[in-house]
Design a protein around this ligand. Structure first.
Ligand code: HSE
Length: 288
């Protein structure tokens, strides 16, 4: 059996802790065979291969009596870069428990479990459903809507350094002025409405007008301003900080992708330039 989970890009400007889209990088878990103890083959660096791996702590939280297996984990989702790598592992762990213990979980049940573990739904929801997901998590209750992300290309700049979500959340204010909150949520409302209406020009303006997090976090990602300036020069829709950063995501029409990538490469920033597409499927299971 094989479980595949997409990467995700959360927040999309003003949708802080609430909005995310699944994108075309993937975590793949191959379930090889039963074993005496859990073991995960991987070459993903400094992460556990035993029951301490987030995949297995998650799976065993959902179904404590699972029989140990030998697994193989491969992934092209970089760690701590704002592309939902830990959320994809949590979603894979829930799916692993779902399959091995025959739990028949619905997608909404998977989302409840994943949100409780992750703390917010904006990465785990699109990792489960694919596409664009708008979700709230208040008083331990998740509410979500899945929608088609408009036909849009994504160009990601993935820096060669990590930014831990906890550090990136550490620069955010602990309170927010009432008037500012009303303005911030009106901007978020327009961003979502424009995405749902397929109006990428208006969506782009609202995405770049975020009040909730980017203004505080920009200083943590030194490449952000330069990439945004380039994307404006080329007529892209918007550039935003993906999740908690440091990946910088640009939304643009397909015909501008080659130019954006070439000019971004020529800036010689320390990182990778990658074209991504929307993943419209979310978590997938292939049985042998
Ligand atoms: N909404 C989260 C944040 C996503 O921006 O901190 C990363 O976990």
């Amino acid at each position: 059996m094989k479980i595949t989970v997409p990467a995700t890009s959360a927040n999309i400007g003003p949708g802080f802790d609430s909005v995310g889209v699944a994108v075309s990088k993937y975590l793949v878990i191959d379930v090889l065979k039963e074993a005496d103890a859990w073991f995960i083959e991987h070459d993903l660096g400094d992460i556990p291969s035993d029951g301490n791996n987030l995949l297995l702590t998650t799976a065993l939280q959902v179904a404590p009596d699972l029989k140990p297996h030998r697994l193989k984990m491969t992934s092209d989702i970089p760690l701590a870069r704002g592309l939902g790598s830990s959320s994809s592992v949590i979603v894979a762990g829930i799916e692993l428990a779902n399959q091995l213990a025959d739990l028949n979980l619905t997608d909404d049940q998977k989302l409840d479990l994943a949100t409780k573990i992750e703390g917010h739904p904006d990465n785990v929801a699109p990792a489960i459903f694919g596409n664009l997901v708008v979700a709230s998590y208040v008083d331990q209750k998740v509410n979500s809507i899945v929608a088609d992300f408009p036909e849009t290309a994504f160009v990601a700049f993935i820096p060669n350094y990590e930014l831990k979500t906890s550090d990136s959340r550490g620069v955010l204010p602990s309170t927010f002025d009432y008037k500012e909150a009303v303005a911030a949520s009106s901007i978020a409302n327009v961003a979502i409405a424009a995405l749902l209406a397929g109006d990428m020009v208006k969506a782009g303006q609202a995405i770049e007008s975020d009040f909730f997090h980017e203004r505080y976090r920009q200083k943590l990602v030194k490449e952000f301003a330069q990439i945004k300036e380039l994307s404006h020069k080329l007529g892209a829709y918007a550039t935003y900080l993906s999740g908690a950063g440091p990946t910088v995501m640009t939304l643009l029409s397909e015909d501008k992708v080659a130019d954006m990538m070439a000019q971004l490469e020529s800036l010689k920033l320390d990182g990778q330039v990658v074209a991504l597409a929307v993943d419209r499927k979310g978590v997938q299971v292939e049985k042998d």
